[in-house]
Design a protein around this ligand. Structure first.
Ligand SMILES: Nc1ncnc2c1ncn2[C@@H]1O[C@H](COP(=O)(O)OP(=O)(O)O)[C@@H](O)[C@H]1O
Ligand SMILES: [Mg+2]
Length: 240
């Protein structure tokens, strides 16, 4: 599936977790199509199934019912290894906590995936991206020498350095102030537009949601809201 376009289709997808207290329905029967190159916000109260939905699209969770397709390929039909390769090569994942490796420097954290890939120019590409993010002076520091906002920018760089066609971000600005939040969303949106990637962002923040083309609302594992948004021309120009 090299050269993915990033089309997503969910066909009556459900996810139940079995716990000691019984089964928990995290996602009901959700059907959804997202066209390649779209940006989508996923909103809703805590516990409504946003992270589970993102995990299903990212092939991190297997659905209990229904089917998830990326570029027409059903994720459950792939082997564990094929899914892992897809995530590594074609997906960019950003989580709320930055999940950087504490014993690797900033540039090593960003370039690790490329190194595993066997890319010879991984170090240079990582340094270039770090410089673009205004973090050049921090390249050789360890994550705990950075502020929370800087660490999250590094996590975003790590997710974007291989030019993914599907970017999945779970509350990427959840722990950031307004300024850092804007920087992180700018990065995600410009990466998405640069290669026409599909971007799904889970967020509680209406400012972040307004930056996306489309906003989905979840309640109790069900899709209750789906609206296309059109950014005002002023805003579009300022990003381009
Ligand atoms: N691994 C898990 N085991 C059991 N229950 C889970 C697990 N992950 C999530 N849940 C439950 O599924 C529901 C949806 O969780 P989640 O997708 O994390 O929601 P959100 O991201 O919107 O806060 C919640 O009731 C949560 O407690
Ligand atoms: Mg969540």
């Amino acid at each position: 599936m090299r050269g993915l376009s990033g089309t997503i289709r969910l066909d009556s997808v459900g996810k139940e977790y079995l716990t000691a207290a019984g089964s928990v329905c995290a996602v009901g029967a959700i059907s959804l199509e997202v066209e390649a190159g779209a940006s989508v916000a996923i909103t809703g109260p805590s516990g409504c199934g946003k992270s589970t939905l993102l995990g299903l699209v990212g092939g991190l969770e297997a659905p209990s019912a229904g089917r998830v397709f990326v570029d027409g390929e059903e994720l459950s039909g792939l082997s564990e290894r094929q899914r892992a390769r897809l995530r590594r090569d074609e997906f960019g994942l950003v989580f709320q906590s930055d999940s950087l490796l504490p014993f690797l420097t900033v540039v090593e954290n960003v370039g690790l995936g490329l190194a595993l890939h066997g890319a010879r120019d991984g170090y240079r590409r990582s340094l270039e991206l770090i410089a673009e993010l205004g973090l050049a002076d921090h390249a050789d520091k360890l994550p705990d020498q950075l502020s929370g906002g800087e660490r999250q920018r590094v996590a975003v760089a790590r997710a974007l350095v291989h030019g993914p066609r599907l970017i999945l971000a779970d509350e990427p600005t959840g722990s950031l102030d307004a300024r850092n939040s804007e920087v992180v969303i700018d990065l995600l949106v410009s990466a998405q537009r640069a290669v026409g990637a599909t971007l799904l962002v889970v967020t509680h923040d209406p400012v972040v949601a307004r930056r996306m083309d489309r906003v989905l609302g979840l309640r109790d594992g069900q899709l209750v809201h789906d609206a296309a948004r059109f950014e005002e021309p002023q805003r579009r120009r300022s990003i381009a």
